[in-house]
Every structure is written in structure tokens, then in C-alpha cells.
Design a protein around this ligand. Sequence first.
Ligand SMILES: Nc1ncnc2c1ncn2[C@@H]1O[C@H](COP(=O)(O)OP(=O)(O)O)[C@@H](O)[C@H]1O
Ligand SMILES: CC(=O)N[C@@H](CCC(=O)OP(=O)(O)O)C(=O)O
Length: 258
Amino acid sequence: METLHVVKIGGNIVNDEKKLDKFLSTFIQLNSPKILVHGGGSSASDLCQKLDIPIQMINGRRITDEPALDVAVMVYAGLINKKIVARLQGQSCNALGLSGADLNIIPAEKRTGTEIDYGFVGDIHADSINTHFITRLLDEQVIPAISAITHDTKGQLLNTNADTIASTLSVALSDKYEVELTYCFEKNGVLHDEDDEKTLIKTLEYDAFENLKQKKVIHEGMIPKLDTAFEALNKYVQRVQIKHANNLLKDIGTKLSL
Ligand SMILES: Nc1ncnc2c1ncn2[C@@H]1O[C@H](COP(=O)(O)OP(=O)(O)O)[C@@H](O)[C@H]1O
Ligand SMILES: CC(=O)N[C@@H](CCC(=O)OP(=O)(O)O)C(=O)O
């Protein structure tokens, strides 16, 4: 089977023009078919602050009321997505910017029945992803750049965590490709000491993850990231890594193992 790279780029890189440019010039060097997934949580929070819209995050997930959803759509599916596409096109890379509503690629269900009301947050399932259109785009050498916006197929846009989108897309495409899923962000990988880049955990097994979570060595946004990463590995994604955005092509980072 052909290799497919699914790369998720973190919000702190997307929020910094120079870091984003550096990352994208590396991303285009990946030879095989590739998909870029992005959110931009810190940019959305910056805009919420400017507009006096309260920011509410629980377990790394944004409580998304109507004003927060408008910001999320404007920032993820609008400004950031189009900036990324323009930069990739500027480097002769034929990118197509998409939200989950475009071509109905990522149908979602509004989260209900949880103790906390998350508002317009969409849950997604690998079985519902429209792999047919994604595969056709990849066959045409198009590079999909997919933002963290989905829809309920009845006209309502929804906000879905970008790590979840990257993982679920990878699972959905793993019966057609050997998928390599890489989460890129601003640190070297999963660290024993979050403030010391030299304490990189090179291989992380599931039991060790549970243990480090209990000890709070792994916390905040890294918990949902690793939950989605292990889920992908459990569901036939070939290789899952967490890396610094500068190290996409280098063998430096955290490799997950079951
Ligand atoms: N053990 C750890 N190693 C590295 N980062 C960690 C760890 N525990 C928590 N983190 C935090 O997780 C954050 C990454 O999660 P998140 O902000 O959701 O990333 P992204 O922007 O890629 O979605 C890091 O910026 C860091 O502050
Ligand atoms: C529901 C939910 O939490 N959605 C995320 C989507 C953006 C995202 O995931 O961006 P990062 O990659 O920068 O974290 C949010 O609005 O923050």
C-alpha cells in the first residue's frame, strides 16, 4: 500500500508567521501524498479576547457558544486556512483548503448527553468520513489543508478539535493507505519535564502514558492529544509520532507504541 502522511500542525506554530513558514517549507518536502490538518486555538482565543467573548476550555476542549463558534469559523476555516493555502500555493504546492462541510468530507454530530454542555462542538466517527473524495483529491496530487470546522449535515457548522480530526481521518484512510500520523507542535515531543527539551521520551507505550498522566507529567492539552494518538495506533494507523514542527523530516520526536 502507498504511504500517506497526515500531519497536524499545532496552534502555537500557526499563530507565528515565521514558524509557520518554516514548517510549511519542510512539509512540502514530504514525498508521498499528504494531508495537513490545523486548528489555531491560540489565535481564536486571541480574537475572543479582543472581542470580549469569554474563553471557556475544559480538558483541552473549547466550550463553543454561538459567538465562540463564529470566531472559530472565521479563524480556522477562514484566515488561517486561506493563509496556509496561499503560502503552499506560493511554493508551487497545489493545496486545497477545506472545512469538514466542504464536499461533506467530515460529517459530525453535535455533542449532547454529557454533563457539561459543550455547545456547538462536533463529535466525529471514522466510518462517516467521506474518504472517496479525499482519495480522489490525493490521486490528483492535490494537498488537502483541513481546518477544525465540521458540520451536522443539516446546515449547522460545528467546532471539532484538530487533533481529533487528524486521528479520525488517519483511521478512516488506513484501509486505503499506510498512514503515518505526525502531530507537530512547539516542543521536541512528549517530555519528562515539560520545561526541559532534553528530557524527550523517545518511545511512549500506552501503559507508560497512563502512568505519566497519573503523575501529572503529562497534562493539559497533551492528554487529549495522546488519547487521540493512541486511538489511531489502536485502529491500524501504521506510525504515530509527536514532534517539533522543525523536525518533521528528522528522526527526533516521540514515537508511540501499544
Ligand atoms: N509531558 C509533556 N510534554 C510536552 N508537552 C506537554 C506535556 N504535558 C503537557 N504539555 C503541554 O501540552 C501542550 C500541547 O498541547 P496543545 O496546546 O493542545 O497542542 P497543539 O497546539 O498542538 O494542539 C504543550 O504546549 C505543553 O504545554
Ligand atoms: C472543540 C475544540 O476544542 N476545538 C478546538 C479547535 C482548534 C484546535 O484544535 O486548535 P489547536 O490545534 O491549536 O489546539 C478549539 O476551538 O480550540
